[in-house]
Design a protein around this ligand. Sequence first.
Ligand code: ADP
Ligand code: ADP
Length: 220
Amino acid sequence: MSVIQLRDVVKRYNTEAETIEALKNVDFHANRGEMVVVTGPSGSGKSTMLNMIGLLDTPTTGKIFLDGRNITDFDEDERTEERRSQLGFVFQDFHLLPMLTAEENVELPSMWDTDVDRRERASDLLERVGLGDRLTHTPDELSGGQQQRVAIARSLINEPDILLADEPTGNLDQDTGKTVLDEITRLKQEENIAVVSITHDEQLVAYADRVVRIVDGVVQ
Ligand code: ADP
Ligand code: ADP
């Protein structure tokens, strides 16, 4: 069963000047253990699609299923709860908090979870991405690739089913990008999670189990 599914999703934005149909009857799914890469020209609807998959925005029409559950009509609070428990996010510009250490950054999304030893989980994850000796470093003491690996560790702290990566290699050079993609691929297998990434980067496309191309709001 697909861990996330969009069924016949339409997304319209109403601006003062016009109505933009950013997604036109889009069907999409991702399974555990696979990396799906969404590509397409600028303005084609990739971010809009990622916002749907990430439960950050709602479709105008169509349905969204998470782990087989129809969550289309969930309200803001319910979607936030699903996001926290099921989804991890990685961004092009890392989004780390500069005043916190690597370990504190990784712990942050689990602050609401009182049942676990968060500090231990954070340090375990940092060790797994090869940063066991950088726990108390702040982001400005880390390279770009190391910062992205901290962000990847952070995205996994709540043991999500889905990792969403928005141009994860966009700010990295080719070699560093490769290291980060190797890391994501390894963790995808170890954790049996679905990875959904949007990108222009051909290097990232090479790591995809499946490529979904979108042009003018239509999945090709
Ligand atoms: P991409 O990520 O592929 O560049 P987007 O999903 O950002 O594409 O945009 C798809 C289309 O929807 C574009 O025409 C864009 O201008 C429009 N769009 C995106 N977000 C909004 C918004 N919040 N309000 C109005 N139009 C939007
Ligand atoms: P990027 O390609 O850097 O991810 P996007 O094109 O997705 O940037 O746009 C970034 C933000 O701007 C998003 O929150 C999107 O909703 C908003 N946006 C994009 N296009 C428009 C638009 N035409 N009108 C209003 N908001 C827009």
